[in-house]
Design a protein around this ligand. Sequence first.
Ligand code: AMP
Ligand code: ZN
Length: 469
Amino acid sequence: MQIYNTLKKRKEEFRPQNPPFVTMYVCGPTVYDFFHIGNARTFIMSDIIRRYLEYKGYKVKYVMNITDIDDKIIKKSNEEKIPFEQVSKKFTDAFFEDVEQLKILKADANPRATEHIQDIIEMISELEKKGYAYNVNGDVFFDVLKFSSYGKLSGKKIEELEAGARIDVNENKKNPLDFALWKKAKEGEPCWESPWGKGRPGWHIECSVMSTKHLGKTIDIHAGGNDLIFPHHENEIAQSEAAFGQQFVKYWIHFGFLNIQNEKMSKSLGNFLTAREILKKFSAQAIRFFFSQTYYGGPLNFSEELLASSEKGLEKLQNLIQTTKERLNNPSGGESNFGFEKYYKEFENAMDDDFNTPQAISVIFEFVRQVNIEFALNPFPNKEFCENVLSFLRKTAQNVFGIVDVDSLVDSGSVTIEDELIKILIKIRAELKEQKNYKLADLIREELNKLGIQLKDNKTGYTTYIKQK
Ligand code: AMP
Ligand code: ZN
């Protein structure tokens, strides 16, 4: 399996340190607001990568942190005149609710920065002891020039970074690229006791500490959005490798931005839509399907039209599952030499190539097309065939992508109680036709028609329906 590693700037064979175990850390939300659909792209694509590693038989330990102390949280707590813990609790709870709605698998741990203050102080002390950190009146900075390979992730030399980055001017720093490990408390701000006086941790050190605590000093995969390559991830490498003297991360994975009208969706630009707003209009499966159709590393433009067509596209998959289930309940002996292996192979080839999800999705839809042809040619295939169809979709579309729920289709966002009632009427109508009561059977068809629901009897004797909105 090949993964594009930002550190090497090329695809590399994936070799975890201790197979079948894989350790994976993803930078999670800063909890001062509901997360937006751009954040959701990062969370969902990380989830799909994790699910595919599990498909391959790896045992993944998956950690996503929660940044629950930060300037923006403090700002919001001041604006709303409530304690910062109340702000972070509200949006941490909301984060878990939304993540569950999006069918993102639970992480093995969601450590919070405020639970690790003591560990953070210990790591900063270690850096200070080793000469990588310096204290200026209670602010502690990382001395970037001491870490000789600084810039290796973003691929830039120190001079370029100094010239290019928007770095806050602070006369206490030796070098403008030096970054805060510990921030001295300001009047009225939340703070903790430390060897340098009262203060709070910097953002970057939180991730170095939480990933080490939960996954060890060298982790297999570390992921996050493109915006985090510099300075956040560059700084994490500097801190961790300086403190522990060993490689911090084997494979760095970065997600492209979700754009809206060709501009990065972000809270600061104000051009964002929260995941919860979008979930009111579209199913989680359609959102996941929309993201899966684009390579994770590239940019992706958001629009509600695209989400609507994803929702529509999923109907093909749902219809096939329903047809297959019907067939499974009325099995007969029709032989089939459908080549399932070919589709598994093509699916794996796509995903093994740096998680080429658009290609893998097209394999699934080609499979759907071919199975439909098979049903047309062979209306009553045997049970084994139907089970194999469901099994393929369960392993790929359901377990890896989370775009369909094979076993409880009624729970999926787009199949409503109305659909269930229509299906009951279709069954009654089939029964009436059996009894040659065509008058009543036609009445059902006509009445449904008046409601904009068109029944279609296909050649295989199975009735489908179309709803005109
Ligand atoms: P934040 O809450 O802003 O710290 O972001 C949480 C995660 O979402 C980080 O991994 C970011 O890199 C990622 N992220 C933020 N904005 C976008 C976007 N527009 N598209 C994709 N990922 C994003
Ligand atoms: Zn982080």
